[in-house]
Each structure stands twice: as C-alpha cells, then as structure tokens.
Design a protein around this ligand. Structure first.
Ligand SMILES: [Ca+2]
Ligand SMILES: [Ca+2]
Ligand SMILES: [Ca+2]
Length: 763
C-alpha cells in the first residue's frame, strides 16, 4: 500500500478517492482493508484539526467497529454446562456444547463488518500449530469449532460458540477482533473441559445418575480394610473447590502433552496417573510406606483431596505423604475436575506382581510365618486405584468403557511411574497385550498364589511347594454405588467368577501373551521362579483337589478390640471317609495393608485326628501385651494376619490358608440438623466415647465439610477408657444441595476411626 504523505493529502485522498484508493478504502496494491482504515483514521484524526471536515471524520470513525466489552454470561453458561459448581471467576465450559457470549460494540454490527473470535491455548498460540483458532460467524473452522450470531440488538451482539467435541482441554484466551482492532477482555480466560454430556465426546456417558456420581459428586467413599472386613473411608474429592481446577490445569501444562494428546482422555489420564505421584516429575503426592511420617502429614490423616491439591498448587512442590487410597482419591478429583467420569476402585487381596508372570510366590518358614525377604511380589490387603470412563480410539473396538488407571507408584511403565488406562474388559478376557499395563492390572485382580515352605536341607535353603491358590487374589472389587451411600461389588467387571471355566480360560489367554522366559522382566528383578527351578510347573495351575476334602477356615471368635486378647480360631474340615491325622501350623502376625509384616505375635503347632466328614476348631489366642506396643509404635493402621498350613499324614495332602482381619473400634457420632439454610449458622457436634480398655494417646479429630466449613483439627490429648469427648464447630453453609461432613479420629493406638454425615442445604 502506498503511504500517504501528509494529513492534508490523506484528507484529500479519502474525500476525492485518489488513484491509489477505491472508496471505502481498499488498497489497490495489496487489497488490504484493515491496515488502510487504520492509517486513514490515524491520519484523519490529525487532519480534522487542519481541515475541520467533520462529516468525513464522523463517517470514518463509524466505519471502525470496536468492541467495548464482552460478557461471558457465566451463570447461564455454567448452568447449561454443569460447571456452576466450580469456585472460580473465569468461565468454565465443556467441549462440543454451545455457550454464548455477549459482545458490546461501539456501534451496530453491519453485514460488511468483520468480526472474529480468537481462541488461543498455551503460550504464544499460532494458527499453523492449531493453538490459535480464528472464528468467523457461520463458518466452521477446520478444527471443528464454529460461532454464530444469535441476536443483534442495538450495539450488542449475542454470539454462540461451539467448540469441537475433540478440542484440546485446557485454558483458552479469548480475543475479539473487529477489523484491525483487537479487544482483550479482562479475565478473558475460558476453561474448556471434557464433556460426558456430549454424544460426540469420547467421554460421553449416557446415564444421568452416573454422570451425577462420577463427574459431579464432590464427596464419596473409599473402601479399605481386608476382604474379611471391609470398611469405608469417607473422602472429600472437592473438585470444585478454590484452586483445584487451576491445580489440574497446572498439571496439564506440566505433563507436556502435545495439543493433539490433550484431545484424548487416554493420554490425559495416563499423564495424570504419572503426575499425581511425585516420582519422576515432582508431581502432587510423595508416597511413604515406611511408618515414619515426620516432616509431613501421615497418609492416615487426610480426609480429602482439597488440602493436598491446594497446597501443591501454592508451593508447586510434592505434598507429603500418600498411600494408595490418597493417590486414588486425588486422581479421582483431578479426573472429575477435568470432566472425565472417574471412580475409586478398591481390590482386596490385590497382587503386586513385579515380574509380569501373573503369579505371586509366597515363602513361609517352617513355623508358617511369612518371609518378606524372598519375593519382590506382594499381596496388599487392599489396593485402591481408579476407573476412568472413555471410548478408546487407539485400540481395536470392544474395549471402551471403564479403564483402570493407577497413580500409586508401584512399578514403572515405559520408564515412568504411571499406570493405565487399561481397559477393564481386556482384564476380564485376558487380553493383556493391550495398552496400557494390562499385565500388571491383570495380576492385581487375578494372579495365582503359590505357597512355598523354605526348609534347611544340608545347610541349604530348599523350597517345597505347599499349595496353589487360584481364587485368592482379587476379591470384592468395590466402589461406591451410584447415588447411594453403599458399597457395590464390581468384581464381575474385572473377571469371570472364580471357579468358573471362563476364569481359567482368561488366565490361559493372559499367559499366552507373557514374554518368553529369559527376557527382562518388567521390574528388572530376577525372577524368583528361575531361582527355585520351577519351570516344570503346569502353565496354568488349577486349584488342588485333595483326597481328604481338606478345608481350612480362619475366624475370630470375639470382636477384635485393641487392648483385649485377640481370640481367633482355625477350623479344619475333612469331607472324605477315613481316619485322618493332620499336622496343623498356625501363625499370627501384624502387617501393613501392603502385606509387609511388622510383628510376629504367636504361633501354634498341633496334630489332630479327624474321622470322615468332620471338623475341629483350634483356638489361637494372642494376649494384649504381645501386640499393643507394636500397635502404638507404628503410624499406620495394621491388620491381623493369620496363616494356617495343614498337612494330612496319610495322604500327604497339603493346604494353606490366610486371612487378614481388622481391629474393631468404637464409633464417632455426629450431631447436627438434617437440613439447614444458606448462610444460616448451625452447630455440629462430634462425640466419641472410648469404649476400649486402653487409653488412646495423642488424639486428634479432623473434620471437613465442603461448602460448609474448611478442614479443622481438634487436638484432644489422651482419652482414657470410658471417657466421652465432644467437639463442636459452628457451620455456615455457602452452597446449596446435599453436603457432607467428614470426621476422623486418630491417636497413637488407632488410626482408622472415621465417619460422615449428610445435610441438605436449602435457600
Ligand atoms: Ca510422577
Ligand atoms: Ca510374580
Ligand atoms: Ca483367580
């Protein structure tokens, strides 16, 4: 374009249409309208002082359309997008669904005007990288976004924006361009999330009640304990709380996922499984299973994810400390916050198979006590991971739906502590070749367990196989029911019923995908199998059938209260006719939920005789002195592990059985009204009576009520037997609907007393 030399000439050029210009202002050389307008306007501003030609000046100013404001219509948009819960100033919307913005202009919008909405994601967004979208009304962008004019009313223009249902999730900056003017609204950031309400989004979930639970519910329950005694830990996910969404956005940026990967919940969930643990990447939570939690918060003491994510976002440093249910709770928060349906999944007697051979080898000494040191494999009393809901576009059809993801740092996958997404259906069918980490997840829920007794023969350790259990691993896979406060068993989603033909066929199929022996196992550890020369084992073991019909049962005969003797029994049964002499060995140990043994409490060794189909109960009693010291010296909640080995002298039949049991505690009672109204204070009292016959030392009560009060800790000191304590808090509800209050009591002796109570907040 030819530049005009002086204001006077500019005036002349514009008014008489010089040879260089075709009114209303298209440059004959480059056909650019915008820059010409700008230079003309600038020049004429000066020129008007000189020539006093008001009519021309007015006309040109009118031509230059400017944006004076943008209203993101937050309350209307967020209600429609199910994002009104987020405690954040900016607009939060879900992809693939229209939202509206009201643009205020300097004058009426005309057909000839050029209005463009620009959405930029990431640092220095660029069109050719797909990080800058430039949208004009009624024209679909090749990225699948479109805008349209809904209504023009005077100087206001209502626009509808529809993002693509596979747009990258994250924070977008909106600029509005009119001609050469660019308007940058204050707080013009829009958070774009996955959309389970949108049929074209791969996270689409048809059922409304399920979306309500798996996306919108900000409280929930995590199941822990043992297969024998499952209990719930209330957990506040708090995905809508202040800074939680920003923490998730920070994690997305930190993940270094490409824009294309940010479109796909499979990539995003894998990245989040890595980032929720601190390993490799200074992620959210540092795991600690040592029993020593100095310098941080004991994993037992969290009652929700909010404090953790807020602290992480503020400091950008790993928060200390987590164990599996904490990792899982935080991962649920992150996934729900990003819009991916997600749930916590607890598996009891869950295997941690270090060499990807789908079996767990357990070594016992000749007293029947478990030896920790011989195997890197372990069986956790429970392990908590997550299911995330999505359609997998990266693998063959048939594996969409729930995908297991796990942020507890157990084993590396592709060089990082990350796990999943692994299709739950692939686990059930034994299709363990599918990405990601299906062999590991398969073993977690369905490994076979093989018992070995280690005996010294001529001064050397020899290994004697005493039993194979094909039904021991992966029990009572549990999650919270949709819309209800109860546990639901989802074991059948992960595997066929134990004992069924299909379950063994799935195992057979899974075995067929194992690496040939001799290749490097996943963890880099040497295979214990090779060490004991067990390569002659049948490929897929079956549950042994004994000639005597030998059967073992382990139970407690009295409630297991800390401070009381632990009264348990081993029942030996035979079902075949004949006289049977049975050597029974039993042991009782205290262990962490990871299967790590903390103390040996006692053993029994007896020879009994049974005639035909009959049974005998052998008591196993442990005095309080034997375990109370261990109980108060460890900072974890411990479980009681009883192992029994029976051997029939006449037939050489051998059988092993183990059961983990949990101590039983007195409850916390919460007293408060069932309903309350917004911003009206009410009182909430927490009452605890120490019904045990031991003093609970150094008691702390932790309480939190999302939308009611922030997390609070009461220091209660020592609580003597029989004493009742009552702590009160004044509550001010700030949000409507069903809310929950969660309370937890911890002491030197007991870590696991918790409760929750719901309240309905009305207007
Ligand atoms: Ca990590
Ligand atoms: Ca193994
Ligand atoms: Ca099995």
């Amino acid at each position: 374009m030819e530049l005009l030399e002086s204001p006077a000439k500019a005036h002349e050029a514009a008014s008489v249409a010089s040879p260089q210009l075709r009114w209303p202002g298209v440059c004959v050389q480059c056909s650019d309208v915008d820059s010409l307008h700008k230079s003309l306007t600038t020049l004429l501003l000066l020129s008007c002082c000189l020539c006093d030609n008001h009519s021309l000046q007015l006309h040109l100013f009118e031509s230059s359309l400017k944006v004076t404001g943008v209203d993101f219509l937050k309350s209307q948009n967020t209600r429609q997008h199910h994002t009104d819960g987020y405690n954040i100033q900016s607009l939060v919307v879900r992809r693939g669904q229209p939202f509206q913005v009201l643009v205020s202009l300097s004058r009426e919008l005309r057909a000839a005007d050029k209005l463009t909405l620009r959405f930029g994601i990431g640092e220095s967004p660029m069109k050719n990288r797909g990080s800058l979208l430039s949208l004009k009304p009624e024209r679909e962008d090749f990225n699948g976004w479109k805008i349209s004019v809904v209504e023009r009313k005077g100087k206001e223009c209502l626009l509808s924006v529809t993002s693509s249902p596979n747009a990258p999730v994250g924070k977008y900056n909106l600029h509005v361009k009119t001609g050469s003017n660019i308007y940058k609204p204050e707080n013009g950031v829009i958070y774009l999330l996955f959309n389970p309400w949108c049929e074209d989004d791969v996270v689409y979930m048809a059922n409304d009640a399920e979306k309500e639970e798996y996306v919108l519910n900000d409280t929930g329950t995590i199941y822990v304990g043992s297969a024998y005694s499952i209990y719930d830990r209330p957990w506040n996910f708090g995905q809508f709380e202040e800074f939680v969404l920003d923490a998730c956005m920070y994690l997305l940026d930190k993940s270094k996922l490409s824009l294309a990967q940010r479109r796909d919940p499979a990539h995003v969930s894998r990245a989040m499984s890595a980032l929720v643990n601190a390993n490799d990447d200074s992620g959210v939570l540092l795991g600690n299973w040592s029993g020593n939690y100095v310098g941080g918060t004991s994993p037992m003491d969290w009652i929700g994810s909010v404090t953790i994510l807020q602290k992480y976002y503020k400091t950008k440093k790993p928060v200390c400390y987590g164990q599996c249910w904490v990792f899982s709770g935080v991962l649920t928060t992150v996934m729900r916050c990003l819009g991916v349906p997600c749930r916590c999944v607890s598996t009891f007697d869950s295997a941690h198979d270090t060499e990807e051979n789908l079996r767990v080898d357990v070594y016992l000494n000749d007293k029947g006590e478990k030896l920790n040191s011989l195997s890197f494999d372990s069986v956790w009393n429970f392990h908590v991971w997550n299911d995330a809901w999505m359609k997998r576009t990266d693998i063959p059809d048939g594996f969409s739906g729930w995908q297991a993801i796990d942020s507890t740092p157990q084993e590396q996958s592709e060089g990082r502590f990350q796990c999943g997404p692994c299709p739950v259906k692939a686990v059930r069918e034994g299709d363990v070749y599918l990405p990601y980490d299906a062999k590991f997840v398969y073993a977690e829920v369905n490994a076979d367990r093989v018992y070995w007794v280690v005996k010294k023969v001529n001064g050397k350790d020899k290994y004697f196989k005493v039993g194979t259990e094909t039904q021991a691993i992966g029990k009572n896979i549990s999650t919270k029911a949709v819309g209800q406060n109860r546990r639901v068993d989802i074991t059948q989603e992960y595997k066929y019923p134990e004992g069924s033909k299909e379950e063994r066929m799935s195992m057979q199929r899974a075995y067929s995908f194992l690496r040939p022996s001799g290749l490097t196992p996943r963890s880099g550890y040497a295979s214990t199998l090779q060490r004991i020369g067990a390569n002659t084992e049948p490929l897929v073991p079956n549950e042994p059938v004994t000639k005597t019909g030998l059967h073992l049962e382990i139970t407690n005969t009295e409630p297991l209260h800390p401070g009381n003797p632990l009264e348990m029994a081993i029942t030996v049964k035979t079902s075949a006719p004949g006289n049977w002499t049975i050597d029974l060995i039993g042991s009782c140990q205290l262990q962490y939920y990871t299967g790590n043994v903390q103390a040996n409490l006692g053993t029994l060794k007896e020879t009994i005789t049974l005639e035909g189909p009959s049974e005998m109960q052998i008591p196993l009693k442990i005095a309080p002195d034997a375990y109370m010291k261990t109980l108060s010296s460890v900072e974890d909640e411990v479980l009681i592990l009883v192992t029994a080995i029976a051997e029939v002298q006449e037939t050489n039949d051998k059988l092993t059985k183990e059961t983990s049991m949990r101590f039983e505690y007195p409850p916390i009672t919460v007293q408060m009204p069932e309903t309350a109204s917004l911003y009206n204070d009410f009182n909430c009292a927490f009452i605890f009576k120490n019904k045990l016959n031991v003093t609970l030392e150094n008691c702390k009560l932790l309480v939190e009520g999302l939308g009611i009060f922030k997390m609070t800790t009461f220091e209660l000191g020592d609580i003597m037997p029989g004493r009742i304590i009552k702590s009160e808090i004044v509550c001010t509800p700030t949000r409507l609907g069903e809310k929950k209050i969660v309370a937890k009591l911890i002491s030197n002796q007991i870590k696991g007393i918790s409760t929750e109570k719901g309240i309905f907040i009305t207007e």
